[in-house]
Design a protein around this ligand. Structure first.
Ligand code: ADP
Ligand code: MG
Length: 346
């Protein structure tokens, strides 16, 4: 008798999450947002909502200790969680850290990891308030949960963009992916000498983008100063294309991106072209791990940000019927596609 078996690789990460979400009922009135955004939103008795986000990082899947120093890993693990809190337009206040450790790790190694975690706690002004520690047979496992607060009228969900809203992105894109390509290329050198830890200072901008990303908490404060509440927001963990599609689809809209507006740093651009003979636009669209913020604003807010040094306007929302599109540099309109998620595929 054969039982039905569906491969996770056929479903993909988003398909799987959709399936879990469909079969999950919300019963508490205090659960304002469950599965489906960058963070869950809970109503409390104060005038602010609580937002909670969690991430799991696995050695071999998300990081390779051959070239990732433990301090940077600790910092990055915190930063990527804070980034999800920022994506709700909220301010992070606490984190918990859970670890799976094998006997391959010494106290000194754990200290190094926590050095990075504490540095991140300091720079984002969050408290480390707990966690869990277990032994692991499959390398290092790190799970971090971040908790933040935001007043209800400032909350930015993924599904609340409106037609004609302007699509904005912070910083520049494709750098983290390019840094990863460099590190992968150099990996043989690190493997030949396991004692060797790469030094961030000696490496280029792109390697820094991969090893030590920053959550854009600064932008959350600046948007508040400018009195802008994004109509929708998401952080860029999987690439611009994937995240723009999330905002559009979840808001029941279409989206138009302009290739010539996508911000790509000069060093990133040059390395992609010269070293990897690749398309910088594709690196920005599908690269991932930049942890910049992608958000929409009302047209009436455009004047407030048009000269902002670190925010680019890269497109606008359209109707669902107009679809998901990218206007190329030469003016050709292409379909915007997410390369998709491949962790289950291998
Ligand atoms: P992000 O990239 O912002 O971390 P994800 O794509 O990982 O977001 O997750 C999207 C949504 O699905 C979030 O609301 C997250 O909490 C939820 N989610 C992810 N995995 C699970 C799971 N195994 N069970 C329940 N909810 C999940
Ligand atoms: Mg996110």
């Amino acid at each position: 008798m054969s039982e039905k078996r569906t491969e996770l690789s056929d479903l993909g990460e988003f398909g799987l999450i959709e399936q879990i979400s469909r079969n999950t009922k919300i019963s508490q009135a205090s659960t304002l947002k469950g599965i489906g955004d960058d963070a869950a939103v809970l109503k409390t008795n104060s005038d602010q909502h609580t937002v909670i986000s969690t991430d799991l990082l696995l050695e071999g899947t998300h990081f390779d200790l051959a070239y990732v120093p433990l301090q940077h890993l600790g910092y990055k693990a915190v930063a990527v969680n804070i980034s999800d809190i920022c994506a709700m337009n909220a301010i992070a206040e606490q984190i918990t850290v859970s670890l799976g450790l094998s006997n391959r790790f010494s106290l000194e190694a754990v200290d190094a990891l926590y050095e990075g975690i504490r540095l991140a706690c300091q720079s984002y002004n969050v408290d480390l308030v707990g966690g869990d520690t277990t032994s692991s047979r499959s390398g290092l496992v790190i799970s971090i949960t971040a908790i933040g607060r935001v007043s209800p009228e400032k909350m930015a969900y993924r599904n609340t963009a409106q037609n004609n809203d302007i699509l904005c992105v912070t910083g520049d894109l494709g750098g983290a992916y390019t840094g990863l390509q460099i590190l992968e290329r150099e990996k043989q050198v690190f493997l030949a000498n396991p004692e060797m830890q790469p030094q961030l200072e000696r490496n280029s901008y792109v390697v820094g983008r991969q090893l030590k990303p920053e959550a854009r908490a600064d932008i959350i404060h600046e948007l508040a100063d400018l009195e802008i509440v994004p109509t929708s927001m998401i952080d860029i963990s999987d690439g611009l294309a994937s995240e723009a599609l999330h905002l559009a689809r979840q808001s029941g809209l279409g989206v138009m991106l302009y290739e010539d507006k996508i911000p790509i740093d000069k060093e990133t651009y040059d390395i992609i072209i010269n070293d990897f003979k690749f398309s910088p636009t594709i690196a920005a669209l599908n690269g991932g791990e930049d942890y910049e913020l992608l958000f929409t604003i009302r047209q009436s807010d455009y004047e407030k940000i048009k000269n902002h040094r670190d925010i680019s306007t890269i497109g606008h929302m359209t109707t669902k019927k107009q679809g998901y599109k990218l206007t190329s540099r030469s003016g050709v309109i292409l379909d915007l596609k997410a390369q998709g998620w491949t962790h289950f595929a291998s």
